[in-house]
Design a protein around this ligand. Structure first.
Ligand SMILES: Nc1nc2c(ncn2[C@@H]2O[C@H](COP(=O)(O)OP(=O)(O)OP(=O)(O)O)[C@@H](O)[C@H]2O)c(=O)[nH]1
Ligand SMILES: Nc1ncnc2c1ncn2[C@@H]1O[C@H](COP(=O)(O)OP(=O)(O)OP(=O)(O)O)[C@@H](O)[C@H]1O
Length: 832
């Protein structure tokens, strides 16, 4: 999908590519981003090309108080006034065979077409919730695949797209206004007369770049975004609105429709303005509101992950990527990516330390997402910017070398020469494209294979897609006649396919005696396999073994979206559509038997679910089987611990685990992909006092028998901060025998019970002496009903120093320590 050739060279002879911006007249029934012939002015390369690699943002560094990236930056974009159509590839060129006078230069930026361009959204969605319910309330999503596929398919085919209309054209001309769940203003150009001048200029600038910014819905979104962010500034000092517009422009460039572009304009309103879901729903309908909300959720999760460094752990990073794709409408991921792309492009406005933090997070979370979605140009740009901030020295050195070695004109002349050679020999081809490798891709390859830059032979690369296998070999002969080949670099993956099924001919030739060029030759079928099948490029790049359901999930989305794109392209029936016939995508979860793109015929829709778990302020991404409940998760993380036994479900609401910030009333509530489960609720101080009093009363009535029940979260809270690391206890039976021993450790309390003591002198379950009398609490005889007797003792605050002494001395346990006991229905608790 990241390879543009399919999208660009499926034209019939003389076909004219679609214009760069949305063309209202060609939108129905569902416009797909067609490649455009950029004018000379529009031949600017956006994606991962040299201009991107070596540009230095103009905005001066400035500190900011905000944490979230989106609230931070802005700089003036270097976008051309007339932008080319959705440009995807880093430094890509392509060459339609039959175009009368094809200039590869003019075709650049149209190579890496993406399924993302297919995210044509509906004005409303059956998946939408009612306006008054927050996502935090836990929209009941189904299992992984039903959720994911609904999102993926919903993005494309469930709904009629919002038609892009010129300003002033009534909505009814394109969309049945009665279908809209919201009102469109009669005359939007007059709707916001109070706007400042810069805002009008911003809108006019965007409209000059993409016609979709004249769409009524988009104009309305623009003015609402202006109202919502009025007065807000980026770290660079620029108006916040500019970030919203640039985010939307990125989306417009890849062919997103009015709903997505509108949501792009409004993407920060829920988090950073007075607007909430209901406001957006009322003004724009569920289609836009759900997307904005989806972006908001993704932002929260990625911030959580950033704060916890979650994505630096490979397994959890992998789960995050999958979860992000599966939990939200894929278009929300797309908007989040566009938001991040603009933020990264303007990252210079931030202090160095933040630049690095965000670069790291981007590399760990967002680059893989762009890769999976097949948006190669965004991936390249993000990688290159991150590279610059994470490895500034290497970046500097390599970029100066690349300036020397990369020859843009050579790429186009090589394309020309091959095109002519093929024509002369009467070999027709489906597509011919070229790309230069992105800086970061070169760097990674050098590191991975321990190469010098001179040893990287595919800095310049051409790809030829022909009709038949025989044509592959004939074309190869022509290539070898036109240029001298580099010995030892020819690979015949047609006769000897790779283990993953990848097939192609590869050769490296020498242009003008000094520049190696990698040339790949394949048939359409081979190409489709290399893009969408088992040997798909994203998987080749990610490497490693993935859950089959993850493979299936990503593939399904790409397959569906690509089909939609190709099949909807009226101008140019594509290779994809023609090779599979014009038919709807395979109905999930079954690919048809002859579907060449399925990893397996049947997707496992009982795949695992990923949820975010917060315990003691620590975030982790947990994988649980489909249909798991909250109790399942509690038992799993607290294996062997009485704390999370079925009896431990708290009676008091504020002590209960929370799902998506709401205490749950039913422990058997099913978990959904992307749920945020808090197992240790943050108790308000007032509650602690109340519990202490309650426990005191219970104690006064209670017999002296109990079992130990320390609770790390409560203890930490009780001590008034996040510093307590341990507490000790001795449990003894009525006969005086010690039965159990528990401690509490906030930092290390993640043993089976979650309360394993550290550095205090005994292990959980072991009989051991307490370190100090004050730290003792006893368990009496009667365990039925259990009664807990706490000795108000001491907790060790902060890290015990190496010499064993606590840093700040003992801190008395307050009632909060006993809160844990209330988790146990029927339990009597008391203080000694
Ligand atoms: N989609 C896909 N592309 C592949 C796969 N294997 C190789 N390629 C493409 O082919 C290029 C060259 O691959 P090879 O000829 O095997 O070369 P190599 O052994 O990786 O070493 P280099 O020639 O240094 O890149 C890669 O850079 C990819 O673009 C695959 O499994 N799937
Ligand atoms: N010779 C080529 N001609 C045209 N496009 C290519 C060529 N080689 C790779 N591409 C495409 O360029 C994009 C960027 O690929 P990139 O250079 O990062 O990796 P790669 O060359 O495929 O792999 P590696 O870095 O392992 O050699 C991908 O979409 C890829 O399919």
């Amino acid at each position: 999908m990241s390879v543009p050739a399919i999208a660009v060279y499926t034209s019939p002879p003389g076909a004219v590519h679609a214009p760069p911006e949305h063309d209202a007249s060609s939108r129905g029934p569902a416009p797909c981003a067609a490649a455009a012939p950029p004018s000379a002015a529009g031949s600017h390369r956006h994606a991962g090309g040299l201009s991107c690699l070596f540009s230095s943002p103009s905005a001066a560094p400035r500190a900011t108080a905000h944490e979230e990236l989106g609230a931070l930056w802005h700089d003036r974009s270097d976008e051309p006034l007339v932008a080319p159509a959705a440009g995807f590839g880093g430094g890509g060129y392509s060459y339609p065979q039959s175009s009368p006078s094809p200039s590869p230069l003019k075709l650049r930026d149209h190579l890496h077409r993406s399924p993302a361009s297919l995210f044509h959204s509906p004005p409303s969605s059956p998946a939408s919730r009612s306006p008054s319910v927050s996502w935090l309330a836990g929209r009941e999503r189904d299992r992984l695949f039903s959720s994911f596929v609904r999102n993926a398919l919903g993005s494309c085919i469930d709904y009629a797209p919002v038609t892009s209309l010129p300003l002033g054209v009534p909505a009814a001309a394109g969309v049945d206004a009665a279908e809209l769940a919201f009102e469109l203003d009669e005359n939007l150009s007059e709707a916001e007369p109070s706007c400042e001048r810069y805002a009008h200029e911003l809108l006019a600038g965007a409209q000059a770049r993409h016609r979709i910014f004249r769409d009524e819905l988009v104009v309305k979104a623009f003015f609402e975004a202006e109202r919502a962010h009025r007065g807000q500034k980026r770290a660079s000092g620029d108006p916040y609105l500019q970030h919203c517009v640039e985010t939307a422009v990125h989306l417009a460039k890849i062919g997103a429709n009015a709903t997505v572009v509108s949501a792009g304009l409004l993407h920060d309103t829920i988090d950073d303005s007075f607007m909430d879901y209901d406001d957006i729903f009322r003004l724009f309908g569920a289609g836009v509101a759900d997307l904005v909300e989806g972006v908001s959720k993704l932002s929260h999760l990625s911030k959580l992950a950033r704060d916890n460094n979650t994505a630096s752990r490979t397994v959890e990073a992998d789960r995050l990527h999958t979860m992000f794709l599966a939990m939200a409408d894929a278009r929300a991921v797309l908007i989040k990516l566009a938001d991040r792309l603009h933020n990264m492009k303007t990252i210079e406005a931030l202090p160095m330390v933040k630049q690095q933090r965000f670069a790291k997070e981007t590399m760990e979370i967002f680059v893989p997402l762009a890769n999976r979605l097949g948006i190669a140009s965004w991936k390249d740009q993000l990688e290159n910017i991150c590279f610059k901030h994470l490895n500034p020295e290497e970046h500097k050195e390599l970029s100066s070398k690349l300036v020397m070695s990369f020859d843009e004109a050579l790429l186009t002349s090589t394309l020309d020469k091959l095109d002519k050679g093929l024509r002369d020999e009467g070999i027709s081809y489906h597509s011919l494209s070229g790309r230069h490798k992105s800086l970061y891709s070169i760097y990674s390859k050098m590191i991975k294979k321990n190469l010098t830059m001179d040893d990287v032979h595919d800095i310049h690369g051409l790809r030829l897609v022909v009709e038949t296998e025989q044509d592959c070999y004939r074309a190869l002969d022509i290539v070898h006649k036109l240029w001298p080949r580099v010995t030892g670099r020819f690979k015949d993956y047609i006769s000897h396919p790779k283990l993953n099924g990848y097939r192609s001919l590869h050769t490296v030739i020498m242009c003008e005696g000094v520049h190696p060029f990698e040339i790949q030759i394949r048939t359409k079928e081979m190409h489709l396999q290399a893009e969408y099948g088992f040997a798909a490029h994203w998987r080749y790049k990610e490497g490693g073994c993935r859950h089959s359901f993850v493979l299936q999930m990503v593939e399904w989305a790409r397959w569906v979206l690509t089909w939609q794109c190709e099949a909807m392209s009226k101008e140019r029936p594509s290779a994809l559509a023609s090779s599979v016939g014009v038919r709807p995508p395979c109905p999930f979860p079954l690919h048809s038997e002859d579907c060449p793109y399925s990893y397996s015929q049947q997707c496992n829709h009982e795949g695992p679910i990923f949820v975010i778990m917060l315990e003691h302020d620590k975030m982790s991404v947990q994988e649980v089987p489909a249909n798991s409940t909250v109790v399942d998760l509690m038992e799993r993380v607290g294996a062997n611990s009485p704390r999370w036994s079925p009896y431990s479900f708290p009676l008091k609401e504020e002590l209960r685990p929370r799902v998506n910030h709401k205490p749950i009333s039913d422990p058997n509530r099913k978990l959904s992909m992307g749920d945020v489960v808090e197992l240790t609720p943050a108790l308000p101080h007032k509650s602690l006092t109340e519990y202490r009093e309650e426990i005191q009363r219970m104690y006064e009535r209670a017999p002296r028998a109990a079992c130990a029940l320390p609770l790390a979260g409560s203890l930490r809270r009780a001590a008034g901060g996040g510093s307590i690391v341990s507490a000790v206890a001795v449990a003894a039976s009525s006969s005086g025998q010690r039965r159990e021993a528990h401690g509490v450790s906030r930092r290390t309390g993640t043993g089976p019970s979650g309360v394993r003591p550290q550095g205090i002198g005994f292990e959980e379950g072991a009989a051991a002496a307490p370190q100090a009398k004050d730290q003792e609490f006893r368990i009496g005889a009667a365990l039925e009903p259990p009664v807990v007797l706490f000795r108000a003792g001491c907790l060790q605050r902060a890290r015990p120093a190496a010499h064993g002494k606590p840093e700040h001395g003992p801190v008395p346990i307050t009632g909060g320590a006993l809160v844990g006991s209330v988790f146990w229905p029927g339990l009597t608790v008391g203080l000694l």
